[in-house]
Design a protein around this ligand. Sequence first.
Ligand code: PGA
Length: 261
Amino acid sequence: MTRVTKDNWVIGNWKSNPSSLTQAKNLASEIKAVDFDTNHGQVMVMPTNLHLTSIIDAMKDTAILVGCQDVSFTSDSVGAYTGDCSAEQMQAIGAKWTLVGHSERRTYHQESDKQLIAKIENAFKNNMGVVLCIGETLTEYEKGQTLNVLHKQLAILKEINKLKNHAKKLIIAYEPVWAIGTGKVPQVTEVEKVHQNIDDYLLTVHDSLIQTPILYGGSVNADNVEAFAQSNCIDGVLVGGASLVADKFASLAKTFFATKK
Ligand code: PGA
């Protein structure tokens, strides 16, 4: 089946970086000064919650979107949930998108499918977009279980209320856990096969997901990004480490979009 053309994305996940607000603001102003050629794709940065309002403010009047890295599982917009920020609160300060299910949250916070479903629904209810992160561990990869693991992680989409109404606000980020922050990347041909399989799986969930972009993440940098961009099955990249240095992020994003032109 011919793959439909999907939107292209370059997303910087700043994780729990940098160490000060001043550094975060400097990073934002350096990124803001870059001409990204956003006619060919969308750039988004995702700072830590602590820096979110300042970075949203820094990026206003630019084409760069700002999102957050998580929202609370609770559907209450306020309440006794220590340490949580609700989707309503995130939306109210101007966060347009959120990551859900990043492997670091699945690992360090033992996020369950039930919680992930609630987070996605809360984000959608508040008109936020969701970047759902999925990926297999090294052991699962070595045992050839990648597709089974991904199908299980994607199956939660079947539980989302009125998913089709929010189809345009969904992105899938395929991030093999063993590639995150390790400098190891799978072959582009392997990623392509996985993305094609994700495409097929999404259509079994709902045909409105035909245009859902599928991003690759895990040790993407300015040197290896072109190879990923050359694949028609890779609609974008989710970048951690290389998004923290403005010139590296700029060169990576420009190469991605220029290759997609
Ligand atoms: P990395 O992180 O680019 O540092 O490997 C990617 C991610 O975790 O989203």
